[in-house]
Design a protein around this ligand. Sequence first.
Ligand SMILES: [Zn+2]
Length: 142
Amino acid sequence: MIKYNLNCKKCKHSFDSWFASSLEFEKLKKKGFLTCIKCNSKKVVKSLMAPKIASKKNYITGVNDNSKIKEIYKKVKEYQGFIRKNFKYVGKNFAYEARSIHFENKKNNKGIYGTATSDEINELHEEGIKTEIIPWIKDKSN
Ligand SMILES: [Zn+2]
């Protein structure tokens, strides 16, 4: 099981939903079964902010107790610290900034990190711009 944070482009409602896998999510989306729980719009996109770590047994092998989850969180936090130090935060301008680096060939630019919708990531991929989706824990969740 995987939990995604979904955003409705129409009414801006944000909600969480569980899927068997990322593949199942794509299937449902293609078939138009993915709708906003508030306004029923099909313009629902996956937020790439935080692929959440589930405490379900099978999701990550051996991670079914809180102490381990805490360890993972700690690691992810370290990793976030590394990214903060070495990459420039661009927030929601990620797609725009990634394009300007790619097309203007800014060689000395620091890498960037930020948030983007799955549509934006797909568009970037089509344009030949590689991105990685990484786990991210909001500071509030401490
Ligand atoms: Zn909506």
